[in-house]
Design a protein around this ligand. Structure first.
Ligand code: SAH
Length: 338
């Protein structure tokens, strides 16, 4: 059995080549609403039967929902092979925002993050990424209007499936998302950032920087051994030049590691003449890691240094802290409990 949500509309037309092309469009539309084959009321019974025998449409299932006092909902999903992945739905004034995973686990090894602790299990397929949105749409009264590729995994380490997901979710005959409402967060795989720009994607790019010297970055993010700060930021500058989309710089504040006045000054130099916004994030402590968050006062002090240096920056309020929201924490907790 194959996952039918893995197909782009063109692929589905190819699969259903014996039928008029509007059939593929009808099926694609039904799939985007999360319908099972039997509920596709305008599809001939024979075709529904054929599809049912060859494909499954529910690539992920919501296994557990945990509500936080700030109204965000942490989601634990199961995949068809029994793997677990996680996400979070954050209600916002403009609509619901969904944080989705692109891999089961991660192999990037960032010292502060929980996603890599059990290594990479596998890449998610495009349909498994897409199905997280479909299932969430079915679970909450308001539709998902914004997607952030910030769950477990490194989206650019699963480039093909992540970009295929973008094509599927932006298909006008389906959920018709605009790339402006999708944000992709990366630890900085510089060559893939350039590829994304060269292939004319225009999603919002978030770059997880987290350090202002190569030495510190290498100590907490192994990807820094492959791409230095200059190459990484140059790739983000290239992305901005090509797309005109303002880049977000993610910066997790870690006590004693990256929040001195010198870090603020180096950020100013690294990001000179670059239209970006810095999102400061309080570290969500992961028990397996010896890195700890700085105090709220220190975070505010760092923010003031940045704004005094005329950098555009804000301190992000983190959602769902009490529900193990840091990437991978819920999944790890659940796998351990099992
Ligand atoms: N692999 C991608 C996307 C997943 S992580 C990336 O690295 O960007 C999404 C964001 O959460 C990244 O900025 C990541 O650095 C941050 N993050 C990971 N663990 C965290 C933690 N324990 N506390 C706060 N932020 C964390």
């Amino acid at each position: 059995m194959k996952n039918i949500t893995d197909f782009t509309i063109e692929e589905l037309k190819f699969v259903l080549a014996d039928h008029p092309s509007f059939r593929a469009e009808q099926v694609f539309k039904w799939l985007s609403s999360g319908a099972d084959f039997e509920h596709m009321s305008n599809i001939p019974i024979a075709l529904k039967e054929k599809l049912k025998n060859e494909y499954y449409s529910n690539a992920v299932k919501i296994y557990k929902q945990i509500k936080s006092s700030d109204k965000s909902v942490k989601l634990l999903y199961t995949l068809n092979d029994g793997s677990f992945i996680e996400g979070i739905m954050i209600p916002q004034s403009y609509g619901n925002s969904l944080c989705v995973s692109t891999q089961a686990g991660c192999r990037m090894g960032c010292a502060f993050c929980a996603s890599h602790l059990g290594g990479l299990s596998r890449n998610l397929t495009a349909g498994e990424i897409y199905s997280q949105v479909i299932q969430s749409n079915k679970s909450f009264p308001n539709p998902i209007s914004k997607i952030v590729l910030m769950g477990s995994g490194e989206p650019l380490d699963n480039y093909y499936n992540t970009t295929k997901f973008i094509k599927i979710i932006c298909e006008p005959k389906g959920l018709n998302f605009s790339q402006r409402n999708i944000s992709l967060s990366t630890c900085g795989i510089a060559d893939k950032i350039i590829k994304l720009a060269d292939e004319n994607y225009s999603v919002n790019l978030s770059l997880s920087l987290h350090a202002t010297t190569d030495e510190t970055r290498k100590a907490i993010m192994p990807i820094a051994k492959k791409f230095n700060l200059k190459e990484t930021i140059n790739a983000a500058r290239y992305y901005f030049d090509k797309t005109g989309r303002r880049v977000s710089i993610e910066y997790v504040l870690i006590k004693g590691v990256n929040n001195t006045f010198f870090d603020a000054k180096r950020l100013k130099e690294l990001l000179s003449n670059f239209s970006c916004h810095i999102n400061l994030i309080m570290l969500n402590h992961v028990p397996e890691s010896n890195l700890t968050p700085c105090t709220k006062q220190d975070a505010e002090k760092f923010l003031k240094w940045l704004t005094d240096l005329k950098l555009s920056a804000t301190l992000r309020k983190s959602a769902g802290g009490e529900t193990s929201s840091a990437c991978g924490q819920l999944r790890n907790k659940f796998i351990k409990e099992k």
